[in-house]
Design a protein around this ligand. Sequence first.
Ligand code: SF4
Ligand code: SF4
Length: 311
Amino acid sequence: MEHFLKHRIMMYFLKKMPIIKYYNRAYFAKLKKFLQFFLMKLLHPDMPKITGIELSNFCCLECPNCPTPVTKFHKGFASDENIKLALKYGTIMEPFSFHRHGEPFMHKDFLKYLEIATNMGYRTVVSTNGILLDDEKIKKLAQIRPYDMEISLHTKESVAAFKKMTQYLLDNDIELPSFYGNVLSHNEEDVYKWLDELEVSKEIRKYLRRIYSHSWAGNVESRKTDYDSDIVKRRVKNCYFIKSNYVSVRWDGSIVACCMDSENETVIGSLNDVFNTKQNKNGYALCMHCDASWVNKYEAHEVKGIGQNEL
Ligand code: SF4
Ligand code: SF4
């Protein structure tokens, strides 16, 4: 009896943990996806890892640290067909996101596909500037409960949306496995000012974290740097896209080497030919300018004294 009670109490607390709660639903959809993926991997062991699709490269902001407002790559929205293909070939139990260069809420069916992907067992990621987050969307997001949600604090409106969303989660006792308001290093002074002006409480500020702003592999012209070839070689070796065969899917179904590639310079395949898509282990011309934190092993953080999750 004592053992039974201990077991029940332990299960009660385990079920309350956000990650357990996250997977504790839609068992049939998850089983189906798992079996499909297992079979696909068996037949095509070298297939690339697809961890999302860009729903659109349109955005409602024009941030100076981003290539999206000035990109020469054509603009558009992912079709239902491409989204379904990305969900079909996606890697199970890995993150699945809907952003690359653009704001996912610009796509009218974002929340519909977010819910489908979440129920399939992907670790779904929402990364937004918060501008289009209204009460209805906040409620729906809280109901879907994605694995990871990040609101990048580019403007005062983004901070207001972060405040509102966090308060809603707290009021309704909803804990996502991962939830953050991202303070980007290039405009952090502004963010602190907006946080004070909007009287954001200490309780809400616990969900803030600092992120080092990179140059999108030189696609932000004002911050472009030509790195020394030894540094580039080391960074290509560290790059998890190349090392682990992750790839990035654009809204039009083209597959590029990584999420830095706003201009589609590194096209290596398409959603219609996933099994023949391969990373170039030697890297790409784009890598000459890459300063993303995952390729420099957080060197930039150390140099500037900026760490993550410090706030
Ligand atoms: S940084 Fe994000 S919010 Fe700003 S322009 Fe780029 S995609 Fe839009
Ligand atoms: S540009 Fe950077 S992130 Fe992209 S493939 Fe090269 S090293 Fe990796």
